[in-house]
Design a protein around this ligand. Structure first.
Ligand code: MLC
Ligand code: AMP
Length: 496
């Protein structure tokens, strides 16, 4: 069945593409199923013409079927978080004008009533699968392929639209830079509504014919047992997961721990990214496993942009240099290119990997580009030829466990609490999570609130990783002369 849709997955062979416990699927199986799914979605039409189709699925054959099936049929794929709260889902579905949601019965709980209310079709994978593949549209690579929601400094998450060609560029740069091979085997336990899991792990592996071991969620005992058996050649995770692994290995029987460390050491590559990897963690990992972590930097809007080298010096605390096909430049506050080393500037990027637009949000798209450069909001310096990330230009962006969170979005929810009169949400340092969500609140007269009660109230109103993990109650939040809450002060003067 000819298809011009990008990104591809290796066609027509019996090599194993996906392993999910006892289930194994060859590239032939996966391709055929994606084609049948595409045919079912098309239901006789020539092309989905960028219809927005969302799906809610953990890492599974069904996830891959939906993603590639939507792509092949000419739709825009919108993978959603399996653990999103209803209000979050409502924002995603309505802001992207989603017309169909794909979720198997066990994942429909959060979305069933919502789809009914919004009059959106809710289907299981099997409802859609056609008996046989049909004709697929010829797709221009510049067409929109995917929308991923990411938080910014405005209240609600924005939909990042990437084209087939941008996704292809995001994949192929990593295949080249990290020397992906057909005989690679990689575990996938990262959430599949973000580029780290989708592009770096799943799409890269399937593009080059490697094998992916699917895990619906991080399961350290199971993962480490497989690592000890030298199942994998490549490993990719956020820093929090390396911290959790170091902790877990420390609690194992010495022989088992050694076997597991040797399993990590035997791999050809261990990658860290999505948040800063503390030098301490980099060193602990090297001491334990012998692996020199490869740290890289990316964003939903651009995929991966900067990386330490596969061959050559991997420097602790640095993200390295621009990836092939990506142009990276630091700019100062006057929008002048920073040419000197050791002078901080904002990371701006250009390349075929860069997203097309924020969905239906022209002003946000315009604001995020300056003279053709995508402005990341991350501040960095170059030192001895390598880029070091210094932090975000906005205190309202929090990175916790690798998730990018908007302080303003969380504040918006907390302000709906009857007892809260004012609130400031900030990220405070945390050894495991990088940053932890902390809320400083002012209460209405006579009201009482503690962290447990707040967490309980938040349950179901936002994803668990957004719920504050720390709480301080103040009589009044400190404000500057303009009336703005002084968040840096809250971050540094309060004992967290
Ligand atoms: C969960 N918990 C947290 C937390 N998340 N505590 C503090 N901060 C957080 N962020 C708590 C829960 O409340 C719970 O507490 C306990 O930890 C276990 O929760 P869990 O959900 O079971 O955690 P776990 O499965 O261990 O998840 C941790 C994780 C996950 C690190 C595996 O957060 C994760 O997959 N992160 C990766 C996100 C990612 O892929 N980002 C990439 C974005 S793309 P209790 O008390 O109930 O036990 C991007 C671009 C790029 O950034 O460059 O890649
Ligand atoms: P997201 O919007 O979830 O894709 O998150 C992208 C952000 O993650 C970037 O803008 C950075 O702030 C952060 N990030 C990704 N990789 C790294 C890294 N290696 N070091 C520091 N920050 C990182």
């Amino acid at each position: 069945m000819p298809t011009t849709a990008f990104p591809q997955l290796k066609t027509g062979n019996d090599k194993l593409a996906l392993i999910n416990d006892d289930e194994q699927y060859s590239y032939h199986d996966v391709n055929l199923r994606a084609d049948r799914f595409a045919a079912g979605l098309l239901a006789g039409k020539d092309d989905l013409d960028e219809e927005r189709i969302a799906f809610i699925s953990p890492a599974s054959l069904d996830y891959v079927t939906a993603l590639h099936g939507i792509w092949r049929a000419g739709g825009i794929a919108i993978p959603l978080n399996t653990a999103s709260a209803e209000a979050e889902l409502e924002h995603y579905l309505s802001s992207a004008s989603v017309t169909r949601v794909i979720a198997n019965h066990e994942h429909q709980g959060s979305v069933r009533a919502l789809c009914e209310r919004l009059n959106i079709g809710l289907l299981e994978i099997d409802d859609v699968l056609a008996d046989i593949p049909g004709n697929l549209p010829e797709l221009n690579e510049q067409r929109r392929a995917m929308i991923l929601f990411t938080s910014g400094t405005t209240n609600k998450p924005k939909g990042v639209v990437t084209t087939h060609s941008a996704i292809r560029a995001q994949i192929t740069t990593l295949l080249e830079a990290w020397e992906w091979q057909e005989n690679d085997v990689i575990p996938l336990f990262l959430p599949l509504h973000h580029v780290h899991g989708i592009i770096n792990v799943l799409c890269c592996a399937l593009w080059c014919g490697a094998t992916v071991h699917l895990m619906p969620k991080l399961d350290l005992p199971k993962l480490c047992a497989a690592v000890g058996d030298e199942t994998y050649t490549v490993f990719m995770a956020v820093p929090t997961i390396y911290v959790k692994l170091i902790d877990y290995l420390g609690g194992l029987d010495a022989n088992i721990a050694q076997k597991t460390c040797d399993g990590f050491g035997a791999m050809r590559l261990n990658v860290s990214g999505s948040a800063a990897c503390p030098v301490k963690v980099f060193e602990q990992w090297q001491n334990l496993t012998g692996q020199v972590l490869l740290e890289r930097y990316g964003m939903t809007e651009v995929g991966m942009a900067i990386s330490n080298p596969y061959i050559g010096e991997r420097r602790a605390g640095y993200v390295g240099q621009a990836l092939p096909g990506v142009t990276v430049q630091l700019f100062d506050e006057d929008d002048e290119a920073v040419v000197e080393e050791a002078t901080p500037g904002e990371i701006r990027m250009q390349g075929a990997n860069v997203f097309r637009e924020y969905w239906n949000n022209e002003s946000a798209t315009d604001e995020s580009f300056k003279n053709g450069w995508f402005c990341s909001g991350d501040i960095a310096v170059v030192e001895d030829g390598y880029i070091r990330i210094m932090g975000r230009s906005s205190i309202d962006i929090i990175k916790s466990g690798g998730y990018k969170l908007s302080a303003l979005e969380i504040e918006g929810v907390l302000l709906m609490h009857d007892d809260i009169s004012e609130v400031a949400v900030i990220g405070v340092h945390d050894d495991t999570w990088g940053e932890s969500v902390a809320a400083v609140v002012g209460l209405r007269a006579g009201a009482e609130l503690d962290l447990a009660a707040l967490k309980q109230w938040c349950d179901g109103k936002m994803s668990a990783y957004k719920i504050p993990k720390k709480l301080k109650i103040l009589d009044a939040l400190p404000r500057n002369a303009m009336g703005k809450v002084i968040k840096p002060e809250l971050k540094t003067t309060i004992e967290w």
